[in-house]
Design a protein around this ligand. Structure first.
Ligand SMILES: Nc1ncnc2c1ncn2[C@@H]1O[C@H](COP(=O)(O)OP(=O)(O)OP(=O)(O)O)[C@@H](O)[C@H]1O
Length: 241
């Protein structure tokens, strides 16, 4: 399997007044198609920084980021923007759905913004909703959905079209444990359909859904569990750890 995401000795230093903050230090990470990596670590350890750099939203101070084999730093601004629009999907804790649009319209929106015709975008949006078990909720507005359903719509929006990489920052933070588990299971299923995912979570139980767990401390990878072979029984049963 090919790597969708590769971080090579990635460091990120922020300037805080006169002080340097070393948010990431020589981080190496590879995620293959079909795999989910969970990132854990204490507050301030660099988890969000890792996600924003992996998502080409910020540039590293040193090191290299490759998405689908292409070096992000060698891309033009336009190519980088296209990569962010087409290949990368983001899921946030607070769902970020537009309240005036239905579930189907929210999911189709990124494709329409990318120039896909309304009809094709709607069809792809409905397909993504269907894969997440939400076909019959397609015409509801966000305030007519439960928190778990809203998060599933946000995942559908993040995987719609030809996305390769799913990045999620505490996607289960606002959910109860049953909905949190459901969200992890659905993200894992989305991975198995052909994406790679990086998921930040504070919850070790939810992290155990991932193929590999990476622990950050002071911007360095302090530990990582061995990658395990695709345990697809998980998609119908309980997590292994
Ligand atoms: N734009 C910025 N300017 C200056 N310092 C920053 C900036 N963004 C992050 N930092 C610092 O970089 C370090 C890592 O931050 P980051 O948000 O990546 O941590 P985190 O592990 O996601 O934390 P949390 O779990 O609290 O969200 C912290 O010390 C933070 O204060």
């Amino acid at each position: 399997m090919s790597d969708v995401l590769e971080l090579r000795r990635v460091s990120k230093t922020y300037l805080d007044g006169a002080d340097e903050v070393h948010a990431l230090h020589e981080v190496d990470l590879s995620v293959e198609t079909g795999k989910m990596v969970a990132v854990m670590g204490p507050s301030g350890s660099g988890k969000s920084t890792l996600l924003t750099i992996a998502g080409a939203l910020e540039s590293p101070t040193a090191g290299e980021v490759l998405v689908a084999g292409q070096s992000v730093s060698s891309m033009s601004r336009d190519d980088r923007a296209r990569l962010r629009r087409r290949a990368i999907g983001y899921v946030f804790q607070d769902f970020n759905l537009l309240p005036g649009l239905t579930a189907a319209e929210n999911v189709a929106l990124p494709l329409e913004l990318d120039g896909v015709s309304a009809g094709r975008a709607r069809a792809a949006g409905l397909r993504a909703l269907e894969e997440l078990g939400l076909a019959e909720r397609a015409s509801r507005f966000p305030d007519q959905l439960s928190g778990g359903e809203r998060q599933r719509v946000a995942i559908a929006r993040a995987v719609v079209g030809d996305r390769r990489l799913l990045l999620a920052d505490e996607p289960t933070g606002a959910l109860d444990s049953a909905n949190g588990e459901a969200v992890m299971r659905l993200m894992l299923a989305a991975c198995r359909r052909g994406l790679a995912a990086v998921v930040v979570t504070h919850d070790a139980q939810l992290a155990s859904w991932a193929d590999q767990v990476v622990f950050l401390r002071d911007g360095r990878i302090a530990d990582r569990t061995a990658a395990r072979p695709g345990p697809d029984s998980l998609l119908t049963g309980e997590p292994a750890r």
